[in-house]
Design a protein around this ligand. Structure first.
Ligand code: GDP
Length: 528
């Protein structure tokens, strides 16, 4: 197969949702269709279980599962589909944000009863910022939930999307009869006795066909016709270009648990979802079809076994063919590297591969060279944009608890930050170190891993910081000098030596912006 053919048959995407909406169940059903797994229950939920075990155990369990489910690949109707796992737990949101830099599209899962929830809102916002094409799947139609049109309104309003339904439920909960597929113009009946099975869809060219009345009853048929009319008059017609630009989001209804509406979703997905897309770099846009390999690291995973210090760096291939044992350039370090056992991921295993193509993810064994966001090329000195840090939500001083292990502590912190577990800020005034995280759970992760993997001990001290603001200013200007003098105690450098203002309240941020209009404060580390 030519490189072009390999590229156009690939679809790399992520499923995002609020915990419990049905992401794991949907993933599993998709894998079943691809024949990648044989039975339900094979996909492990990467959810943080509450209460059941001690937090340390839970963290380790979570890390294990998170390696296992990082990338799930399967074949479906000639397509190679790569699902990138996105943790739903909010303490791991940063991981999810970074993974979203490696997907070409997204499926958003929403619970029909709960509607749009908090995590969905946050993640969709990130996707909107990047104009990632999104498909929406409204799940759990076998349960009593909100009215379909109310939900569509909610999705538009809360998520700021412009939607168009490509399927419509016929009834809901106890009265759920099936789904009318607007995309394929057919009806799929939901038969109690056929639960868990996918029945044949019945095609109708005319919505006024009397057979529909026989199938679902006159009343439901009349409602369906009314609703279809409403869809036609209110919602835009599906337009692939708009979808690709992130301007239009098609919506599907179904029940992942009952395997209902999932095949329709998957069939529409392979038809409309984008193949691997070009990516912007510091100097130029890199196209997947280019002969030379380029890729970037979006995730680093430490070895579960503390005795083996190696890590697995997840690289998304942007262009060309990645080959085993070939020399590649780690651009940031100017270092040539060769990989003798790159891993490719499948639904139930990972394997050493000789070649991988754009859209694919390869896992590279690394002894501490890589950093999140690193670019790897066949020799060209370019770096890909787009793995920024977001302002953490929590801040604490980190102190060394064992003076004899200062070196180990420094190394451990350094490597954990490379992995993207948390962010380090060093106060310019006194060099004290502050750890910023998205969730409180990360502090336990860091403490535990420092001790078990690096033999270092740390403790934390509270500090009243509200947000990290990356500073953009002319450092020679008087205004900046004045700002720096006044805010001296709150200025720090991040790991990449960027200047950061650690604001103690949102009020401070507003006041500071008013007073120093030319000192720009950003809540995200990449702003050029
Ligand atoms: P995740 O947290 O988004 O990965 O959600 P899960 O896939 O683990 O699903 C959460 C719960 O919802 C589980 O108990 C599932 O069995 C259940 N569930 C998922 N899909 C459906 C569905 O279509 N109908 C019903 N009734 N329950 C579902």
């Amino acid at each position: 197969m030519s490189l072009e053919q390999e590229i156009s048959r690939r679809k790399t995407f992520g499923i995002i949702s609020h915990p419990d909406a049905g992401k794991t169940t949907l993933t599993e059903k998709l894998l079943l269709f691809g024949g990648a797994i044989q039975e339900a229950g094979a996909v492990k939920s990467n959810k943080i279980k509450k209460g059941a075990t001690s937090d340390f155990m839970e963290i380790e369990r979570q890390r294990g599962i998170s390696v296992a489910t990082s990338v799930l690949a399967f074949e479906y109707k000639g397509h190679k589909i790569n699902i990138l796992d996105t943790p739903g737990h909010k303490d791991f949101a940063e991981d999810t944000y970074r993974t979203l830099t490696a997907v070409d599209s997204v499926i958003v899962v929403i619970d029909v009863a709960k509607g749009v929830e908090e995590q969905t809102e946050k993640l969709v916002q990130v996707c909107r910022m990047r104009n990632i094409p999104m498909l929406v799947f409204i799940n759990k139609l076998d349960r009593e939930g909100k009215d379909a049109f109310d939900l569509l309104d909610e999705v538009e309003q809360k998520l700021g999307l412009r939607v168009t339904p490509l399927s419509l439920p016929i009834g809901m909960g106890a009265d759920f009869q099936g789904i009318y597929n607007i995309w394929e113009k057919n009806i799929q009946l939901f038969l109690e006795e056929k639960k868990q099975k996918v029945g044949e869809a019945i095609k109708f060219d005319d919505i006024n066909d009397a057979q529909i009345d026989e199938l679902v009853g006159a009343k439901a048929a009349a409602t369906l016709r009314e609703e279809l009319e409403l869809v036609e008059s209110v919602y835009p017609e599906f337009d692939r270009d708009d979808y690709m630009k992130g301007d239009l989001q098609p919506v599907f209804f179904g029940s992942a648990l009952n395997n209902f509406g999932v095949r329709e979703l998957l069939d529409a997905f392979i038809e409309i979802a984008p193949k691997p897309q070009p990516k912007e770099s510091s100097t130029r846009v890199v196209k997947p079809e280019e002969k030379n390999f380029t890729g970037f690291v979006f995730k680093i995973h430490a070895n579960m076994d503390p005795k083996h210090r190696d890590r697995l760096a997840f690289v998304k291939i942007v262009s060309g063919t990645f080959k085993r044992n070939e020399n590649y350039l780690l651009v940031r370090e100017g270092k040539k590297m060769k990989f003798s056992s790159p891993n490719a991921f499948f639904a139930d295993k990972k394997e050493v591969v000789d070649e991988s193509f754009p859209g694919d993810i390869v896992g590279l064994h690394d002894t501490g060279n890589f950093r999140i966001g690193d670019t790897l090329t066949a020799g060209e000195k370019i770096s890909f944009k787009g793995i920024p840090n977001f302002s953490p939500e929590h801040f604490r001083y980190i102190n060394n608890d064992d003076p004899l292990k200062a070196k180990q502590l420094a190394k451990g912190i350094d490597q954990l930050m490379d992995e993207g577990v948390a962010q380090l800020f060093t106060l310019t005034m006194n060099n004290r170190k502050i750890i910023g995280t998205v969730g409180a759970l990360q502090y336990e992760v860091i403490q535990y891993r420092l001790e078990h993997e690096y033999g270092a001990k740390c403790n934390y001290e509270p500090i009243g910081i509200h947000k990290a603001c990356w500073v953009e200013a002319d450092e020679r200007s008087e205004e900046f000098q004045e700002f720096a003098r006044l805010k001296q105690r709150f200025l720090a450098r991040d790991k990449y030596d960027q200047l950061v203002f650690l604001a103690d309240s949102s009020f401070t941020i507003v006041m500071t912006q008013e007073k120093f209009p030319n000192v720009k404060l950003h809540f995200i580390s990449e702003f050029n």
